[in-house]
Design a protein around this ligand. Structure first.
Ligand code: NAD
Length: 262
């Protein structure tokens, strides 16, 4: 399938590892030039070296996404180097776990900055140029928690719904300009962070990594966790020319775990 995005420019946040890196890699394979962000300069440099092997231009912008200066730096350096961004994949580190009485007002504020405001502010900065160019793709990374709230993850359950509401509203406003706005909501995906959590459970319960992984995958109809590149494949399709008529949707990628019918 020809995706029609060769030569375009994508901004991918939280891109040094996990789902963000997998998305950046799939874009690089499609010939999409990249602006990648994460906090850690060294990890970012390693990511850039891998991505450049696909023959694309890669700009790195290190910095914490909770910080307005980072967001402005991402915007300004993208415009300086490429003059525009055609595609935004707005991802960030996960919010702190905990139930209602475990998290503080400060935790809500920090997670709101990281998981909502970073996406809202970057969309505000980049969308006018997409509107002007009559082409753009904004894709938010949310979670299966928007369909089925996850026990002990109230910050994700709450804040990702705010992203979803924003996504839907913005999709209507940008639709007349050929700009689509969607969200990808992964279920359990075996990134290094999740591997570490499984490793911790295995140690705590005195079982092997494989046993702990099997146990954690029991609720998933496919009886396995997703691979980061399986999430990335859906993101790339949404970003493509082929998905030009698809907007305002949350695509859940979860091995069949979500029980909602539509
Ligand atoms: P990961 O830990 O593998 O990667 C996270 C990336 O975010 C890293 O590049 C890290 O440097 C960057 N990062 C973290 N905090 C940041 C900050 N404040 N500023 C800038 N960059 C920051 O995580 P992942 O598993 O790929 O998850 C990515 C997102 O997807 C998270 O929001 C997570 O909650 C969500 N998610 C993950 C899963 C899963 O099972 N892995 C499922 C649903 C949703």
């Amino acid at each position: 399938m020809k995706l029609g995005i060769k030569g375009k420019v994508a901004v991918v946040t939280a891109a040094s590892k996990g789902i963000g890196f997998a998305v950046a890699k799939e874009f690089a394979k499609e010939g999409v030039n990249l602006v990648i962000n994460s906090r850690d300069k060294e990890n970012l440099k390693k990511a850039r070296e891998i991505l450049e092997k696909y023959g694309v231009d890669v700009l790195t912008v290190d910095g914490d996404l909770r910080n307005d200066d980072t967001l402005k730096k991402i915007f300004n350096s993208t415009i300086e180097k490429f003059g525009k961004a055609d595609i935004l994949f707005l991802n960030a580190g996960g919010p702190k776990p905990g139930g209602f009485f475990d998290v503080t007002a400060g935790d809500w504020e920090e997670s709101f900055k990281l998981n909502f405001l970073s996406a809202q502010k970057l969309s505000t900065l980049f969308a006018p140029k997409m509107e002007e160019n009559k082409w753009g793709r904004i894709i938010y990374l949310t979670s299966i928690s928007v369909r089925n709230p996850i026990p002990n993850l109230i910050l994700s359950n709450g804040i990702r719904m705010a992203v979803t509401g924003m996504m839907k509203t913005l999709s209507r406003e940008l639709a007349p300009f050929g700009v689509t706005v969607n969200a990808v909501a992964p279920g359990y995906t075996l990134t290094d962070r999740v591997k570490q959590l499984i490793e911790d459970t295995a140690k705590r319960e005195g079982i092997s990594f494989e046993e702990a992984l099997e146990k954690a995958s029991e609720k998933i109809p496919m009886k396995r966790m997703g691979k980061p590149e399986e999430i990335a494949a859906v993101v790339i399709f949404l970003a493509s020319e082929r998905a030009a008529f698809l907007t305002g949707q949350t695509i859940v990628v979860d091995g069949g775990q979500d029980m909602t019918s539509v």
